[in-house]
Design a protein around this ligand. Structure first.
Ligand code: FES
Ligand SMILES: [Fe+2]
Length: 401
């Protein structure tokens, strides 16, 4: 029995127990978070500086730029970033900014080319970032070409994903950042999937939006016709790997496990239960053969807004136009559910927070994933000075502060 099969089997057992006993995973106590934590421009800026600009962020899937010369230009939090696969096959990340007079080189999008040419005066860069051409060099004067390659960002490709830190010069170690989550992600073999498309969604404060991915308590009230037919509300099991979370949800069909040998329960992902895989601070993936959505959330231009890039991938490329259209419709259906149900809800929450900025909001014992996420935000805002948060507080409620 592989380790993964054993781990998933354990999750299946917990989920079945929760469904049969009409309960869910819980931590020891409720937790309050001040509304200001979602509103305060100063805290918001520190979240950008200490979290979004310091931690490895999953910025691209390997399958978005599989070939030599492929690139992806993107603008997380308006920072122009270029990820490029060099002639040596290695993926590198750069500030998408010309070293002559700081022109943004490429507009957002993907493509393939051996050279990047600046639209302003035509300086050119190789796919590994080297400055290779200075227009009318004899008239320009001295240029230290080796020193004026595109400014590189720390970047690592692992488990079919490309992680980047948005600050040049910081050390990157994705393997240790992901910890035990890495094996889980690697087993998905994302590098073999078919990349369909990415769409952009806008919504409330990034934490308001991310809160929505962290619990299934809202399924009954918010998704009565879309999620609830597959998944019962308020039944979930959480596992933490550092700040990252594997969140298990039972399907109604989980009761069928009773007719299946226990040693096979770990093989029943997407048949009897599903996972949301969440990477701190901003990544949430729902992966099933029929429908796969990867959300990457970023703070928007103000504390009250976020920009989410929604990517849709499938196990196989469509065989023809009709199949391609089917995949497109499935992607759009899912996008619409998140936009109409979750992000619409988030905007109403944002409005509520702004109306009562001195209030506290409360996360229930069943919303332990949210509690854990907010504790990790605080951990990073404190510069790692706090002890690492625990997912479950097992002390009796009376003993808690
Ligand atoms: S700014 Fe790029 S060539 Fe001048
Ligand atoms: Fe939702």
């Amino acid at each position: 029995m592989t380790a993964m099969r054993e781990a998933y089997g354990h999750v299946a057992e917990k989920l079945l127990e929760f469904v049969e006993q009409r309960t869910t995973d819980q931590t020891g106590a409720t937790m309050q978070v001040p509304a200001r934590a979602y509103l305060d421009p100063e805290q918001w800026q520190r979240e950008i500086d200490l979290i979004f600009k310091r931690l490895p962020l999953m910025l691209a899937l390997t399958i978005e730029l599989p070939n030599k010369g492929d690139y992806k230009a993107m603008e997380p939090m308006d920072i122009p970033v270029l990820i490029s696969r060099g002639a040596d096959g290695k993926a590198r990340a750069f500030l998408n900014v010309c070293r002559h007079r700081a022109m943004k080189l490429l507009d957002e999008g993907t493509g393939n080319c051996a050279r990047f040419s600046c639209p302003y005066h035509g300086w050119t860069y190789a796919s590994d970032g080297r400055l290779v051409g200075v227009a009318e060099a004899s008239t320009f004067g001295e240029v230290d070409k080796p020193a004026l390659g595109l400014q590189e960002l720390p970047c690592e490709e692992i488990a079919g994903m490309i992680f980047v830190i948005l600050t040049p010069g910081l050390a990157i170690d994705v393997r240790s950042f992901l910890g035990g989550m890495l094996d889980d992600l690697a087993a998905l073999r994302l590098e073999t999937w078919y990349f369909h498309k990415t769409r952009r969604m806008e919504g409330a404060n990034w934490k308001v939006a991310y809160d929505g991915y962290l619990e299934g308590y809202h399924f009954q009230a918010a998704h009565p016709e879309t999620v609830t037919p597959r998944t019962p509300s308020n039944r979930a099991y959480y596992e933490a790997f550092g700040p990252h979370i594997r969140l298990g949800y039972p399907q109604h069909r989980i009761v069928e496990l009773r007719d299946i040998p226990r040693e096979d329960w770990g093989l029943r992902e997407n048949l009897n239960y599903d996972f949301i895989r969440m990477l701190f601070p901003n990544f949430a993936m729902f992966l099933a053969p029929e429908m796969c959505q990867i959300a990457q959330l970023y703070p928007g231009r103000t504390p009250g807004t976020n920009v989410t890039m929604m990517s849709y991938i499938f196990p196989q490329a469509p065989a023809g136009e009709a199949e391609r259209k089917t995949l497109d419709e499935m992607s759009d259906f899912f996008f619409d559910v998140v936009e109409r149900e979750d992000y619409h809800m988030g905007l109403r929450v944002q409005q509520g927070l702004e109306a009562a900025p001195d209030a506290q909001i409360t996360f229930g014992r069943n919303e332990l994933g949210n509690q854990y996420f907010h504790k990790w935000v605080d951990y990073y805002l404190a510069g790692g000075e706090l002890p690492e948060p625990a997912l479950r507080d097992t002390r009796p409620e009376a003993a808690l502060p």
